[in-house]
Design a protein around this ligand. Structure first.
Ligand code: SAM
Length: 207
């Protein structure tokens, strides 16, 4: 059984190699996600699972970013990016996306890139997003979404146990279905990343 601790250890171990391996093929979505988030001037954005901070350079200068991650190794890398590449003030902290230490209705803008399929219980993380978001908040998530295509679905069934048992990610994740259960409004989905394997999902939290 994959738990947060083993995921943390995995990311702690390869945090210094993460950019080398993942920056090239997961790079496409981050800038577009922040364009879609479009935080208003003076806003505070919550970035969930900020990782090594590859998104930080894309935020506009007139906002503030609060980013968290479960892995201290990844946070160490994001501290460097916050200093060297970010145009806006950035605060970073260690936290579990499944159990956020924020009060209800705290944020107007939330972003999570390539994170929800990695946490052991994505349902809990989604529940937390809706809890800490204010009514009407804008949320943008980049994620793998399980396919409607029959062949892809068979491939997912084959590879899912392998990836899941390695603690890498889940391939059986119906994110739009889950968001609808929470009443997400204006759900928009656009493909991104290498071979369009991932999607940018944006939506508004119900009032
Ligand atoms: C694939 S990386 C994505 C990082 C970054 N968002 C990006 O765009 O490169 C997944 C990140 O989720 C973090 N993570 C995994 N489980 C988490 C949890 N339960 N709470 C917070 N972060 C978590 C990992 O430590 C890692 O930094």
């Amino acid at each position: 059984m994959i738990n947060s601790q083993s995921i943390k250890q995995t990311y702690d171990r390869f945090s210094s190699l993460y950019d080398l391996i993942f920056k090239p093929w997961l790079e496409f979505g981050r800038q577009r996600a922040i364009e879609l988030l479009a935080p208003r001037s003076g806003a505070r954005v919550l970035e969930i699972g900020v990782g090594t901070g590859l998104s930080l350079e894309y935020y506009p200068p007139d906002i503030e970013v609060l980013g968290f991650d479960y892995s201290f190794g990844m946070l160490r890398e994001s501290q460097l990016k916050a200093k060297e590449m970010s145009h806006c003030p950035v605060s970073l902290m260690q936290m579990d996306a499944q159990n956020m230490a924020f009060a209800d209705n705290s944020f107007d803008y939330l972003m999570a890139a390539y994170v929800l399929t990695v946490v052991p219980d994505p349902r809990k993380a989604v529940r937390e997003i809706f809890r800490v978001a204010r009514p009407g908040a804008k949320v943008v998530i980049i994620n793998y979404i399980c396919s409607n295509n029959r062949l892809m679905s068979i491939i997912e069934d084959i590879f899912h146990p392998v990836f899941a048992s390695l603690g890498l990610f889940t391939l059986k994740h119906d994110l739009p279905g889950l968001l609808k259960q929470y009443g997400a409004k204006n759900i928009k989905i656009e493909p991104t990343s290498f071979l369009n394997l991932h999607h940018i999902v944006s939506f508004t939290v119900p009032a």
